[in-house]
Ligand binder design. Sequence first.
Ligand code: PEP
Ligand code: MN
Length: 339
Amino acid sequence: MIIVLKPQTEPEQIKHIVDMIEKVGLRTHISAGEHQTIIGVIGDKTKLANYPISSISCVESVVHVSKPYKMASRDFHPEDTIIDVKGAKLGGGNLWIVAGPCSIESEDQLRTVAKFVKNAGANLLRGGAYKPRTSPYSFQGLGEEGLKLLKKIGEETSLATVTEVMDTADVELVAEYADVLQIGTRNAQNFSLLKQVGKLKKPIVLKRGMSQTIEEWLMSAEYIMSEGNQEVVLCERGIRTFETAYRNTFDVLAIPVLKERTHLPIIVDPSHASGMWQYVIPMALAGLVSGADGVMIEAHHEPEKAMSDGAQSLKPKKFDLLMSEIRKIAPVVGKGINL
Ligand code: PEP
Ligand code: MN
């Protein structure tokens, strides 16, 4: 349920309503917009049966929300959420260009990739230190050593950093080193992990589970938000379908659907969606034209030697080409004011 307040409602009146709701054991979420304030009510609303909220003088309307996600819903928070990590803004026309290798392999490798993506215009550096590999015999990542390198090279290049956390036991450690934590597709419904990153005060990139519906994905976001962390970035990275000509099916239609249903920013990962470098640029542009607020791109100076996902990684020249295409196309769809 949401309570829409009349313009110019005084803070004391808001507090009075919030206190009343919380006294019966429900939770509230306030969204103070430019023109109107909304109080979202979470929990069993029958507890408010004896409180005639709609007749309070400062209440404009009471709307019942049937969607299972509340904090993630646009009904609760009509304006777009804007996230700012070390000056890299996301949303409201600002794009995140997150780029870097799939795996952090060595100091030299990370520095080389970070430099070329930064020079081309990336504003965040990605790199995996804990890798969710299909085979236990494949490279699993450098662990804490990789996190140290990510922090070091991020500072050297003045790029905010993004890295995946796979295990509840590593959340604190990863948060010590990285600016943004990523939940991978395989952990998109690992509810204990979602709850734990929900306690952090750092943005979370939440990849779409490879067989998650949009509603299930938003429920995963809700798990994070219900613990207090409102800075969730949704990342469309392709879903599993019957098609085998490419790695996953890039669900571009999810972007406008999400824009309607949620205020959370959305980025796209055309690297994992396609699995092949030659499809990365067109899919990145398709994502931006469809309303995405940014891209996450795997890049490598020697993809043929990469320890993971070389086939989908862009080399420096292709990354430059991607950036010049983004600079042409983004302004047409009202994006990229920060590029
Ligand atoms: C990654 O970003 O390197 C990754 C493993 O992504 P996903 O979880 O989308 O497969
Ligand atoms: Mn990868």
